[in-house]
Design a protein around this ligand. Sequence first.
Ligand code: ATP
Ligand code: MG
Length: 241
Amino acid sequence: MLRVDDIHKRYGDNEVLKGISLTLERGATKVLIGPSGSGKSTLLRCINHLNKPDRGTIELDGQRITDANIDRMRAQIGFVFQDFNLFSHLTVLDNVRICQLKVKRLSHEEATRRAHEELERVGLGDKAGAYPAELSGGQQQRVSIARALAMDPMLMLFDEPTSALDPELTGEVVKVMQQLADDGMTMLVVSHEMGFARQAADEIIFMEGGYIIEQGPPDVLFSTPAQERTRAFLNVIAEHG
Ligand SMILES: Nc1ncnc2c1ncn2[C@@H]1O[C@H](COP(=O)(O)OP(=O)(O)OP(=O)(O)O)[C@@H](O)[C@H]1O
Ligand SMILES: [Mg+2]
């Protein structure tokens, strides 16, 4: 479904991605871990050209993503950010509906129907008329997941979706993501939620310094990592939660 091949990205002298390649099969969930500054967000942003890669190619469902088709390709990739990115002046319903109306050009009726469907799926069927400021962080993040899903994406990218939340609110967001993975969504998730990574991921990818150091199934990578650097990083997150 997704093929990332030899992606390089630099900011001035700082080469942040030094040749990243990975594939994501249809219906698979992969979790990307690694220290701060290792290039995880930059990689996700390169996938849908929010950052333009300097070198390398991205293919979605066999089609190369280029400047020429970026709007169409982007509409097929759901992106969930750490800080929700909801429109504060719009209701929950309008936040979920707006891209369907403007980008997909669905009818008002169809967009409304899809929005309610996705709000139900994330457990917020009763919040359609609320404004983001009236919701908890966990609820806001679930709205942003519903908004992405309402576009019927082929692929969902999550960049630390729970790291801006109070610990007691992460569970409700993780539960929605777990359900999505179980339902067969294709997902690439930057997250240090180890419970989610163990349960939902087909594979864990450990990045450091702009390289993929190691990847493998969670039970292998977490219990018997092959690389010393992976082991050291896992010790750090085990200590700091
Ligand atoms: N727009 C930018 N301009 C210049 N440098 C940038 C930019 N975006 C990221 N960087 C640099 O790229 C490096 C990787 O950043 P990135 O945000 O991808 O890391 P990360 O792995 O997501 O880290 P974190 O865990 O803290 O989110 C960092 O050194 C950062 O300072
Ligand atoms: Mg990041």
